[in-house]
Write a protein that binds this ligand. Structure first.
Ligand code: DX5
Ligand code: ZN
Length: 231
């Protein structure tokens, strides 16, 4: 995985057909996604349950791009090796998941993955100064984590701007997760984001038998950000 700040769209398979992950992933990749975002929830750190390392391992063989695993679990450390062995390229842990996020990020890189740090909407950027040199990605949650299809929280745009300034020329992605649509995407890219996770906005209107809407939906997000750049 080489680093660049070009816009990347990472569909969240939380909005895919759970009975058909392999084909859904192949469909979004054929339709032009950049990364595949995998939401792991434990029913404890967030009020929803999804899946664990065996599912990640099973879908890995259908992913040709980047497997971006978002861990909404606490604790994180006991599961890092299992997700790394399942084939995650990026493992993102929440700052709020425990008292030893520095150790967690070290362990993620130690397991051979890129390290991501996610921030809940209520968390400021003040506490991450000493973490920026040990991460490859910061994920700004623009909804409270747990569910797809929630309303975008506009106050987070200011956080993205602050974060972009803090990151400077470090090779650290700014990923946005939650409520990304053609309406919100330009604001986020303008503020400094380069990876946009989108669940409902990518999967709406399509299916494995009719995947063209997935491509249309991703192009609509991209086009919205390009209009802004051209303006
Ligand atoms: C929320 C997840 C997101 C979610 C985004 O906890 O981390 O990845 O699937 O869904 P949308 O794009 O529908 O807000
Ligand atoms: Zn996510």
């Amino acid at each position: 995985m080489s680093f660049d700040r070009s816009l990347k769209i990472a569909p969240s398979i939380l909005s895919a057909d759970f009975a058909n992950f392999g084909q859904e992933i192949e469909a979004i990749e054929a339709q032009g996604c950049d990364w595949v975002h995998v939401d792991v929830m434990d029913g404890h750190f967030v009020p929803n349950l999804t899946f664990g390392p065996p599912l990640c391992k099973a879908i890995r063989k259908h992913i040709d791009t980047v497997m971006d695993v978002h861990l909404m679990i606490a604790p994180v450390d006991p599961y890092i090796d299992a997700f790394a062995e399942a084939g995650a390229d990026i493992l993102t842990a929440h700052l709020e998941s425990g008292p030893h996020i520095h150790r967690t990020l070290q362990a993620i890189r130690g397991a051979g993955c890129k390290a991501g740090l996610a921030l809940n909407p209520g968390t400021g950027v003040e506490d991450i100064d000493y973490l920026l040199d040990m991460v490859d990605l910061v994920c700004v949650m623009t909804v409270n984590p747990g569910f797809g299809g929630q309303k975008f929280i506009h106050s987070q745009i200011d956080k993205v701007k602050k974060l972009r300034a803090m990151i400077g020329d470090r090779p650290v992605h700014i990923e946005i997760d939650g409520g990304v649509t053609p309406q919100t995407a330009p604001l986020l890219v303008e503020a400094g984001a380069d990876v946009l996770v989108a669940g409902s906005a990518v999967f709406k209107g399509g299916s494995v038998d009719n995947p063209a809407p997935y491509g249309d939906n991703m192009r609509a997000i991209r086009a919205a950000t390009e209009t802004l750049r051209a303006a």
